[in-house]
Design a protein around this ligand. Structure first.
Ligand code: ADP
Length: 425
């Protein structure tokens, strides 16, 4: 610089000096220009320390905004976009050039209710900060959730000169939150079901046990005739069978859930199988006000390879339910063969109490019953259909129902004519 001054060469320089008195380091800017006679026509020496500090601060703030992990939008006082950072473009797929001068609601099309928008503006006008969670739309129309914070920025006179929007993509967070709520509700529901199952079970087990204990003690009483005692024995037998059925159900659902139920396949002559099954129920319905029908839409040459015990168990569950929930009308058992896909379809139809639509899927879950109240009219433990669904699926089929509340129900299930090797364990 000494050379520049001595040779009177125009210059513009920045340098640092240390002040003699305070030893403080200051930034200095100096410039000089000369006329043709080498006179200085313009010369300044400025202390630019504060200016440089401010510049550094602005650069740092700029970097913070540009590199922020949140999307940032700055609007002018009319709410028109004047700046977005790169995270914003990454999140919304809108480049700045496309949204410059537009209002931010272009990326919330229709998802913020009018009244909420009004509340938001009122709050901002009163110098408050606004926070909300909104469903947004990217440029490619895909949707995502954001948590948005909007705050006004003030000019020197205290007026609003800008608004700043900070947006965070919370789609995943919301999803996790919803999954957690769902899991919590499911756990609470399962707990309720278990409590009601235990209450039912206690009732279902105590009733036949009391009957067994009561009638067996009467057997030693000589006041009763042989006929009466035979009746007691019959009641003890029925109660014993009921108990056995409950224990078997509990064992079956445990085995199914532990994946320990085995398939034993054999060749089944379908016509004989369904006829025998039907005949076995005839005596049971004899004294009921119900017409019991068989609709075997197959010929005697229809053979299938499947697990006979499991098919019988499903049919038994369905017919027992039909008998339990039907007071009058008819119960029909049907079987047919599909020409197109080689599946066999069974059905059990009744004219009983029917099942409300909202339960059609649910009742296949274990412990589920339409009637869950303490004052239940019908017995049962809510395991039959869960077991049936599991068994049918093990055989490679599907089970479903059609029912109208108050009119009756039809349960259908299909199984393949030949059980697939991957279904065997
Ligand atoms: P359970 O009969 O022991 O209660 P299930 O799993 O067999 O258990 O049936 C679950 C529930 O589905 C029953 O409690 C009943 O509410 C309803 N349900 C099943 N079959 C019928 C039917 N044929 N008619 C009316 N409701 C039925």
């Amino acid at each position: 610089m000494k050379d520049l001054i001595e040779n009177q060469i125009p210059y513009q320089v920045e340098f640092k000096i240390r002040k003699e008195d305070t030893k403080e380091i200051r930034d200095i800017y100096s410039t000089a220009t000369y006329d043709s006679e080498q006179h200085v026509v313009f010369g300044v020496i400025l202390d630019v320390t504060e200016l440089k500090k401010t510049e550094e601060e602005i650069r740092m703030l700029g970097n913070a905004i540009h590199q922020s992990p949140s999307a940032i939008v700055i609007t002018n006082s009319s709410g028109e976009i004047i700046f977005v950072n790169s995270k914003f473009t990454e999140m919304t797929l809108y480049p700045f050039s496309e949204i410059q001068g537009k209002k931010p609601h272009i990326f919330y099309p229709g998802y913020i209710p009018e009244n909420e928008l009004k509340k938001m503006w009122d709050k901002l006008q009163n110098n408050g900060m606004w926070k909300g969670e909104y469903l947004n739309e990217r440029k490619d129309k895909s949707q995502y959730w954001t948590a948005v914070t909007i705050s006004p920025l003030f000019d020197k006179k205290g007026g609003h000169c800008n608004y700043i929007l900070v947006m965070e993509d919370i789609t995943l967070k919301r999803q996790l939150r919803e999954e957690l709520i769902h899991a919590k509700e499911k756990a609470e529901e399962a707990d309720k079901l278990k409590t009601s199952f235990l209450a039912n079970m206690s009732h279902e087990i105590r009733t036949p046990l009391n009957s067994i204990l009561g009638f067996s003690s009467l057997l030693s009483n000589t006041d009763f005739s042989v006929n009466e005692k035979n009746d007691f024995i019959q009641r003890i037998k029925i109660s014993g069978e009921n108990l056995l059925a409950i224990v078997s159900n509990v064992m079956d659902i445990s085995k199914l859930e532990a994946g320990q139920m085995k398939i034993l396949d054999s060749t089944i002559q379908l016509y004989k199988f369904i006829q025998d099954f039907y005949d076995q129920y005839l005596y049971k319905v004899e004294n009921l006000n119900i017409d019991f029908q068989l609709d075997a839409n197959i010929n005697e040459q229809t053979f299938i390879i499947s697990d006979e015990t499991k098919i019988r168990q499903v049919l038994t569950n369905l017919v027992e339910n039909a008998l339990k929930f039907t007071q009058e009308g008819y119960i029909a058992i049907g079987v047919s063969e599909s020409r197109s896909n080689g599946h066999i379809t069974f059905y059990v139809e009744d004219t009983g109490i029917g099942i409300p639509e909202e339960y059609h899927k649910m009742i296949f879950e274990r412990f589920r019953q339409v009637e869950m109240s303490e004052t239940r009219q019908f017995g049962g433990n809510g395991l039959g259909l869960a077991i049936s669904k599991n068994l049918v699926e093990m055989l490679g089929g599907k089970i479903w129902l059609e029912s109208e509340f108050g009119k009756g129900s039809t349960f259908h299930f299909t199984i393949p004519k030949q059980i697939a090797s991957e279904n065997k364990n």
